[in-house]
Design a protein around this ligand. Structure first.
Ligand SMILES: *[C@@H]1O[C@H](CO)[C@@H](O)[C@H](O)[C@H]1NC(C)=O
Ligand SMILES: [Zn+2]
Length: 570
């Protein structure tokens, strides 16, 4: 996944908040109970549908789903348990980590910039590891380094839509000066008997090897799919996705058309995690949106002995203050998958571990009570960015010389859009903040959809740089999600000694290549079938690693998913 690091740190904060914040929540709920008693007396919490033991259809769990073909299932399970297989798949991961397929922000086009050539090595390596797979699939290239492997089913895609699994071959670069901070060099693929170390171990070469290994296991078992299975490997997920992600999506769209794919699996910043004293398999069913806003303020310069009262730096500062003084409101709404997660916590977590102040608000939130939606976001302040559009002024430039009046000042703001909002809404908010400031200083204003006039000397220009709408929320009441849930129940284990693993929808604050695939299916699920806290928190930073005992079981999950989605083909 890209742009993960900050979210990871946030997530650690969330975990500790859940661990240590129970007392504060207890106090808060005591106050809430005091103040709300009269208002809420008609709806006492103990009769609430979110109380444990209450009759409800909330966060319903599906039973374990086992493939019908027991022979194939048995073959894969036995293989995944065998020591020989462990050695082989660990070697395969170590080997692909040794190829430093870094993607850089300033890469030129494929075919022109030689730094892309390393991806030929990745392709050769995968082919060497998986000769049987390549004998059985059709291989297509999208823009040279995007790899599309199609394992054709016996039923045509028009009758049984293919299942698509995504992974990316590129990794976030390791800066030369940071190499010394690694316990084991980032591109050694060192295995210490317990852990596989190196850049890409989790993000995303572990996932890539796992999904192709699952195909290998199924082919070796003699299984013949009815439903077509497609694997697609991007080459630039960590930068823009324009070089491989988009061409792969174009290729598949051409081949299968709108809504032509049954289900897409991709890496997630979510996996198995314990919250509220309960183990969850967190399936991200949406991603926040993204917008980089540029703001340029220009005026005439001059000598500093004769300055205007406000120059471009002061005016830009006013805009920044206005932006920070008018943050986007936080709101927990039923549209947000995180609301589903809270519901799952309320009905499945041990009663004493789930904050009462949250439980009490859920009914009103579900009824679209706006005040309760805002209050709940406040209660959950430590995880607020799941519930609001975030904004961060990341860059500011202006002025060249102390005794010269600056002619331009500019800033860049990074925003992550809440699932309920849109780029247009965010743009309108920013324009409404800047227009009065432009007017006050007698300056021209050009918003997001008008050109920054060159004729105008005194002006404020606002423009979008990178923009991505929030992802559509994938359905959780549909067959593909039920099959995925049943597969999770069948293959994966809870983290506690005696709790059930609860499958819950979740929200991914970062973005994946799935942003190109919205037209191909409504059913896009981002999920990594490992213990999130133990394995994923080092992605994009030093000492990235994956635990071998969990990694070697990932292919069992993907193979079972393929079998289960095949079983429902008529
Ligand atoms: C905004 O300012 C930056 C930095 O001075 C400049 O590179 C960029 O071209 C400007 N953009 C517009 C639209 O004026
Ligand atoms: Zn990734």
């Amino acid at each position: 996944m890209s742009e993960q690091f900050n979210q990871r740190r946030d997530k650690r904060k969330i975990s500790s908040w859940f661990l240590y914040g129970t007392l504060a929540i207890g106090l808060a709920s005591a106050f809430t109970a005091l103040f709300n008693n009269t208002v809420r007396s008609s709806n006492p919490p103990e009769l609430d549908i979110y109380s444990p033991g209450a009759e409800h259809g909330i966060c319903q769990q599906v039973p374990k789903l086992s493939p019908r073909n027991k022979q194939v299932e048995q073959y894969v399970r036995e293989k995944v348990e065998s020591v020989e297989y462990h050695g082989e798949i660990i070697n395969k991961l170590s080997g692909i980590i040794r190829i430093p397929s870094e993607s850089y922000d300033d890469l030129g086009p494929i075919g022109e910039d030689d730094r892309w050539n390393i991806f030929f090595q990745v392709e050769d390596y995968i082919k060497t590891c998986y000769p049987t797979v390549f004998d059985n699939v059709k291989l297509d290239h999208a823009n040279t380094h995007g790899l599309i492997l199609t394992w054709e089913g016996s039923v045509p895609p028009s009758e049984a839509k293919p299942i698509l699994m995504l992974a990316h071959q590129d990794v976030v670069p390791v800066l030369e000066e940071n190499v010394k901070d690694w316990t084991h060099p980032p591109y050694d693929g060192h295995y210490d008997g317990e852990i596989i170390w190196g850049r890409g171990a989790t993000d995303d070469k572990g996932y890539l090897i796992s999904i192709i290994e699952s195909l290998d296991l199924l082919i070796q078992s003699g299984f013949k799919p009815k439903r077509t299975v497609i694997l697609a490997f991007g080459c630039d997920e960590e930068i823009s996705g324009e070089n491989c992600g988009r061409p792969i999506s174009d290729f598949l769209h051409e081949e299968y058309g709108d809504d032509g794919i049954y289900l897409i699996m991709d890496e997630g910043s979510t996996g198995i995690q314990r919250e509220f004293g309960q183990s969850f398999a967190m399936v991200s069913v949406a991603e926040k949106g993204y917008l980089d806003v540029g703001i340029n303020v220009s005026s005439t310069g001059g000598h500093a002995s004769n300055p205007p009262d406000h120059n471009v730096i002061g005016i830009l500062s006013e805009i920044v203050v206005a932006i920070e003084s008018n943050p986007f409101p936080g709101k927990v709404t039923p549209k947000n998958p995180m609301f589903r997660f809270l519901e799952c916590g309320a009905v499945h977590a041990p009663q004493s571990s789930f904050p009462q102040a949250v439980r009490q608000k859920l009914s009103l939130v579900a009824e679209e009570d706006s005040a309760s939606q805002e209050q709940l976001a406040q209660t959950l302040n430590d995880m607020r960015y799941f519930f609001k559009t975030s904004q961060s002024v990341g860059k500011i430039n202006g002025g060249v010389k102390i005794n010269a009046i600056p002619e331009t000042a500019s800033t860049m703001v990074n925003l992550r859009l809440a699932v309920e909002t849109s780029i247009a809404e965010v743009e309108a908010h920013y324009e409404s903040l800047a227009i009065p400031i432009a007017r006050k200083h007698g300056m021209a204003f050009a918003g997001f959809h008008s050109p920054c006039s060159t004729a105008e000397k005194r002006k404020i220009c606002m423009f979008g740089v990178d923009a991505l709408e929030p992802a559509p929320v994938s359905p959780v009441d549909a067959e593909p999600y039920r099959i995925l849930s049943g597969t999770v129940k069948n293959v994966l284990k809870s983290l506690g000694p005696d709790d059930d693993l609860i499958v819950t929808p979740y929200l991914m604050p970062a973005n994946t290549d799935t942003k190109f695939f919205w037209a191909l299916t409504k059913n896009i699920y981002r999920f990594t079938p490992v213990n999130l806290v133990e394995n994923l928190n080092r992605a994009h930073t030093t000492d990235e690693f994956i635990r071998a005992d969990e990694f070697v079981r990932e292919p069992l999950f993907f193979a079972t998913l393929i079998l289960n989605t095949d079983d429902i083909v008529g």
